[in-house]
Design a binder for this molecule. Structure first.
Ligand code: ADP
Length: 496
């Protein structure tokens, strides 16, 4: 449920609940309190809205019975037993009976109470006239409702009966019920308000506090502080976005730390790789100066070693500066359409002599249409081939005769070039990382092979610029195949 709905529901509950609770509970409480005042025509609402009418209705049956009895059975009106019975019924309705004959009370149901209201009642009746027949409300310290009926006795004397109902009982009950109703309603409203506050606290204030805590933790540099997943309302979404941001930030910082670690490692590797040939160059140069190389043959050998070591250093420095340009996107690409078989065949041919001298057998296999064209930057792809063939040599298995195969296969809209060797191979764990910059499978550098860990990162970057992909397949001790794809270009129709 979203926050807007929650607030709307809270407001509705706040407004409607008091009304419903006060209304229904008040009615119930008053209804219970007014039990005894209700009869056929009196319901709770009627009693509250028209209390006088309710009081009148209360004794209506007894009034009717008395009125008809005085006409049909006039002797009953002087029968003490019958009058007491009738008074008993009226008592349960907070009323009593008074019978007056020739201005003299011959029966009074509740003498004590009657005494208190007698003069007011008599004055009230007198003011209505002798023919008065109905109900009259007499206000005062002890308000009463008086019902009056004429009687014509058997001995021709005249009189009347009174049903006197005490209004105070009803008023007191109404007051008490009202107070009880209000207390119950107020208690329920308080409980409801507390539940509502707890609900809003759980869904708004608690998550906000968690968010604040998380912000403080992140501000203090603790990026491992996780924010619990909240409901899917606006605040929940905010918390989730915040958590997403934290994860993103952490990944970035981890990556940066990893990068810095890699750079440190690379600098140490490179300085080691530069130091070894430099030491050799220095040693051979000193040998020449000191005259250790005393014959032409020895001097030539020393000089050749110096040249080889200097070339190694140049290659290393060149690779570093090349990668830095590539990483900064400073190398422009110059795509051309060239014949695939021709181009890659020439590439392999260029290395053939050198590789054969290094005890390698080189094979070029083409399984594609000889006319197939590819769209490539020749210089960059030459560097790719150079790095792959260079690695095949660098990571050769010195115990076996070297084998290097370069194979072209058709791959739909691309040509796939695979460079396979029978070298030392790459472990399964290292394979997913070899295209990362500065990554070297042989971290301890026990093999003594020079390298920066950026040769394959360069391959990966160049091939991506060609919208191609790179793959590795390798088995430790058996060999490695690294392949890449380049997009085909328009078909070469003139065979050039
Ligand atoms: P390096 O400068 O270390 O050669 P590369 O990026 O060219 O860096 O290669 C990354 C790592 O992949 C190397 O350190 C090496 O462990 C492994 N590797 C690459 N090519 C081969 C291969 N042909 N045979 C075995 N291992 C290889």
């Amino acid at each position: 449920m979203n926050l807007q709905k929650k607030i709307l529901i809270s407001f509705l509950i706040m407004i409607l609940t008091p009304c419903i609770i006060i209304g229904s509970l008040g009615m119930i409480a008053i209804g219970i309190g007014l039990h005894g005042f209700r009869n056929g025509n009196n319901d709770t609402i009627g009693i509250i809205t028209q209390p006088i009418h309710a009081l009148t209705e209360l004794t209506q049956i007894e009034y009717n019975e008395l009125s008809s009895s005085v006409v049909r059975y006039p002797d009953r009106i002087e029968n003490e037993k019958w009058l007491s019975e009738m008074n008993g019924r009226l008592e349960s309705k907070f009323s009593y009976l008074v019978v007056v004959k020739n201005e003299e009370e011959i029966f009074v149901g509740n003498p004590d109470d009657y005494e208190k209201v007698r003069s007011a009642v008599l004055t009230g009746i007198a003011s209505r006239g002798a023919a008065f027949d109905g109900a009259i409300y007499i206000n005062g310290k002890q308000p009463v409702l008086v019902k009056h009926g004429n009687i014509f006795f058997n001995d021709a004397s005249e009189g009347y009966f009174l049903i006197i109902t005490e209004a105070t009982v009803l008023y007191n009950r109404m007051n008490r019920s009202f107070v009880t109703g209000v207390i119950i309603a107020a208690t329920l409203i308080a409980i409801m308000a507390m539940a509502l506050i707890a609900w809003l606290n759980d869904s708004i204030f608690k998550p906000l506090e968690n968010l604040r805590q998380a912000t403080r933790e992140i501000g203090a540099g603790n990026l491992n502080y996780r924010l619990k997943r909240e409901e899917n309302d606006e605040i929940g979404q905010l918390c989730n976005d915040f958590e997403e941001m934290r994860r993103h930030l952490k990944t970035q910082i981890d990556q940066r730390e990893q990068y810095e670690q890699d750079v440190r490692e690379m600098i140490s590797n490179v300085s080691h790789d530069l130091k070894t040939p430099l030491t050799a160059i220095k040693g051979y140069a000193e040998g020449l100066l000191d005259g250790v190389a005393d014959n032409k043959e020895r001097q030539d050998k020393y000089l050749r070693t110096i040249v080889v070591k200097a070339t190694d250093m140049t290659l290393l420095v060149d690779e570093l500066s090349y990668y830095s340009k590539l990483d900064n996107n400073k190398l422009p690409y110059n795509f051309e359409k060239v014949n695939a078989v021709g181009y890659f065949g020439d590439c392999v041919e260029a290395y053939a002599n050198e590789l054969e001298m290094k005890d390698f057998t080189v094979k070029f296999i083409s399984e594609i249409d000889p006319e197939t064209m590819v769209s490539i930057d020749c210089e960059q792809i030459r560097r790719v081939m150079n790095n792959l063939i260079g690695n095949a040599v660098k990571y050769r298995n010195t115990e076996v005769h070297g084998q290097l195969d370069v194979k072209l296969t058709d791959s739909g809209d691309s040509v796939r070039i695979s460079v396979s060797d029978n070298g030392i191979g790459i472990s399964k764990e290292a394979q997913p990382h070899i295209f990362e910059r500065f990554y070297r499978a042989d971290k301890s550098r026990t093999s003594g092979r020079a390298g920066t860990g950026i040769g394959l990162a360069i391959v990966d970057k160049i091939i991506k610029e060609h919208k191609g992909r790179v793959f590795v397949k390798s088995e430790l001790g058996k060999g490695t195949t690294i392949s890449f794809t380049v997009k085909k270009g328009a078909r070469n129709n003139n065979g050039s």
